[in-house]
Ligand binder design. Structure first.
Ligand code: SAM
Length: 313
């Protein structure tokens, strides 16, 4: 399914004692001291350092996107399966859905998921644990056989440092897999619809001002090579927003639903807090972009990228 040309369909309608940087295994009140703004709930640990909400609505969106990522891989969790991994890290694990399913798939491995938000469920496989941690802190983990991160554009301010920590924390021969989507809507036509066009630019300008640039998915290959990784490969999947393409009709439909739920969380804080736009103006932008996603005359898509690499060993 990777890199398929998109054409419009004319007929269509536990115990990680080694990790000193980890904040807590129990829920101290400070990490649950969520803030609420414009009807959305935001994380408390290192409050304000990540601009998207962590409420149920956002968790549902992340879980739907998990389904989309897996569908692109024909049901797999990883593009490159590791051999007999013992220790796996999922950075910025979100609801923990990837870590939980990976723990089920590799029962011999210990799977650790970290996030700023303690939003993962309590009932998880015995080989899976979650910790509140900032991926931008110094890493003090024991070596891993595999490090995975997904949809982390806008979460990290210093990617070269992030990849140096990945490199240093992997055992020789260990695997790195990032699954990242462009934070930029593309079209098969010459011109973007106007609201989406302006949103692409403005949202990314806001993220740059915030200090955690959103649209970095196409930079990972270079960053991984610079950090010393070898066998760096990228596989790109173009996923339509809606069912307009000959391929991926069902996935496109689900993707549209996910994208309609993505516009508000990505836009709200960056527009109102960073760009100081009024809530009314921000809400108009959100609604108009969503409207353009739904209009059948537009043929919009997003690039989803699987970037895999190995630490020499
Ligand atoms: C878009 S979500 C993706 C979640 C998950 N990786 C997935 O694919 O389902 C990004 C996640 O990264 C977390 N995050 C953002 N910045 C972080 C940081 N500096 N350290 C750890 N987690 C972070 C957020 O709290 C959020 O849960």
């Amino acid at each position: 399914m990777a890199d398929q040309e998109l054409r419009a369909d004319d007929d269509a309608d536990s115990g990680f004692e080694d990790a000193a940087s980890l904040q807590s295994t129990s829920l101290s009140s400070s990490i649950l001291n969520y803030t609420y703004e414009n009807g959305r709930r935001y994380h408390a640990y290192r409050s304000g350092s990540y601009p998207l909400p962590n409420d149920e609505t956002e968790q549902d969106r992340m879980d739907l996107l998990h389904h989309i990522w897996r569908t692109m891989l024909g049901g797999e969790l990883l593009r490159k399966r590791p051999t007999n991994p013992q220790r796996i890290l999922d950075v910025g694990t979100g609801t923990g859905i990837w870590a939980i399913e990976t723990a089920d798939e590799y029962p011999e491995a210990i799977v650790l998921g970290t996030d700023l938000s303690p939003i993962q469920p309590g009932w998880v496989p015995p080989n899976c644990s979650f910790y509140v941690d900032d991926a931008e802190s110094d890493w003090t983990y024991e070596p891993f056989d595999l490090i995975h991160g997904r949809s982390l554009g806008g979460s990290i301010s210093d990617w070269p440092r992030f990849y140096k920590q990945c490199f240093d924390t992997l055992r020789p021969g260990g695997l790195l897999e990032m699954q990242e989507h462009d934070a930029w809507i593309s079209t098969i036509e010459k011109e973007m619809p106007p609201w989406t066009d302006s949103w692409n630019v403005t949202l990314n300008e806001a993220s740059a001002l915030f200090g955690k640039y959103l649209n970095v998915a196409d930079k990972h290959v270079g960053w991984m090579r610079d950090a010393g990784f070898v066998e760096v490969e990228e596989q790109i999947h173009k996923i339509p927003i809606g069912s307009w393409a000959k391929h991926h009709k069902d996935l496109g439909r689900i993707h549209l639903s996910e994208m309609l739920n993505a516009v508000e969380p990505y836009t709200l804080a960056l527009y109102t807090k960073v760009l100081q736009k009024s809530l009314d103006e921000t809400k108009v932008t959100i609604e108009m972009v969503k409207r353009e996603f739904c209009t059948r005359k537009h043929h919009l898509y997003v690039n989803y990228r699987f970037i895999t690499a190995k630490k020499p060993g």
